[in-house]
Design a protein around this ligand. Structure first.
Ligand code: AMP
Length: 195
């Protein structure tokens, strides 16, 4: 009797175990990927470098601080050293790819939570690069160079990005080659021209 009474007050352990894991919002995905051994390339006590899960070029990595830094706007002046360190670690990784040209920077209006520095090769040869917005996010002023972000933080004490309307305009602007003056009307033509 005593056992039955006690167990009626306790939640059934078995039923708790089979409850589906609480789902996190997709925008928190980097926090999960930071611990995914299939994606982690390097890590130390301050940062993790992962492979971008949906790479927009042959080589596309994200450098993520372990410290909780939601985004560029939440950065304080004294954290410019962290940004310098993130870029340095990215450039150290690039030494393994001597033939590859990389750019290092941030999306002005990121979709994913937790600060992340993009390290992306300039071939943009990837099946995940599917839309004009993808292209423009890396090939317009929407892509903020790491060095410019650091300078802004040190000089102004904050990172100034852009309004969502200005960001949308950049993502929606006509396609333009990042190496020449070619400006196709269709994405497929861009791909053909770059081969
Ligand atoms: P953004 O927030 O715009 O700077 O870009 C986020 C980047 O994260 C994109 O390049 C995505 O391909 C990538 N991404 C999205 N979800 C994940 C994930 N769960 N793990 C790793 N990379 C991701």
């Amino acid at each position: 009797m005593a056992t039955a009474a006690a167990s009626s007050k306790r939640p059934a352990v078995d039923s708790l175990d089979v409850r589906p894991a609480k789902k996190t919002h997709w925008s928190q995905g980097l926090l999960t990927s930071m611990n995914d051994p299939n994606l982690v390339v390097e890590s130390d006590d301050r940062i993790v470098i992962i492979k971008d899960k949906y790479p927009k070029a042959r080589y596309h990595f994200l450098v993520i601080p372990k410290l909780n830094v939601p985004n560029l706007k939440s950065l304080k002046r004294e954290q410019s050293e962290l940004l310098r360190y993130m870029e340095t670690r990215a450039r150290m990784l690039a030494v393994n790819y001597p033939q590859v040209e990389f750019r290092y920077g941030y999306h002005a209006i990121p979709s994913m939570s937790q600060l992340h520095l993009h390290m992306i090769s300039q071939d943009f040869d990837s099946p995940c690069l599917k839309t004009k917005r993808h292209w423009n996010s890396f090939n317009t002023r929407y892509f903020l160079e790491s060095a410019d972000v650091i300078r802004c933080l040190e000089e102004r004490g904050m990172v100034v990005t852009m309004t969502p309307i200005a960001g949308e305009k950049l993502l929606d602007q006509p396609l333009k080659c990042h190496k020449c003056v070619y400006s196709p009307t269709k994405y497929a033509q861009t791909q053909a021209a770059l081969v």
